[in-house]
Design a protein around this ligand. Structure first.
Ligand code: BTN
Length: 124
């Protein structure tokens, strides 16, 4: 298959699972994100994601996607990342994310954004 096609199932270091449906000819894609963790008290639910990837043929393309947790949280997350080949030739995604929480008022804006890193490997 095409190198660095994000289509398929991925799992990250937190145990979160991501299912990317078909990537179109422009590199646009959608899918579903099943987070393993949450900052809310409500039960976690699968959440829609939309993103865009470069279609470089070297297997090291960059990409970004947004997850809207609308079913259980009023937060929004964005991920940016790049595909790599791991030691065993397995596909690895190195990502950075921003998670924007809804706060009550402008004075609380300073605490509304978390950031971190996740590594994904292909599981399907
Ligand atoms: C929320 O807590 O408001 C919604 C769930 C957020 C899950 C975050 S997004 C970044 C990090 N990576 C994951 O796989 N899950 C957490």
């Amino acid at each position: 298959g095409k190198l660095c096609d994000l289509t398929g199932w991925w799992e990250n270091d937190l145990g979160s699972k991501m299912h990317v449906l078909k990537v179109d000819s422009e590199g646009n894609f959608s899918g579903e994100y099943h987070t393993a963790v949450s900052s809310t008290d409500k039960p976690i639910q699968p959440s829609p994601l939309v993103g865009s990837q470069h279609l470089d043929k070297d297997g090291q393309c960059t990409f970004g996607f947004t997850v809207n947790w609308k079913k259980f949280s009023d937060s929004t997350a964005v991920f940016v990342g790049q595909c790599f080949s791991g030691d065993n030739g397995n596909e690895v995604l190195q990502t950075s994310w921003l998670l924007r929480e809804k706060v009550d008022s402008l004075p609380s804006d300073w605490k509304a954004t978390r950031t971190g890193h996740n590594t994904f490997i292909r599981t399907g």
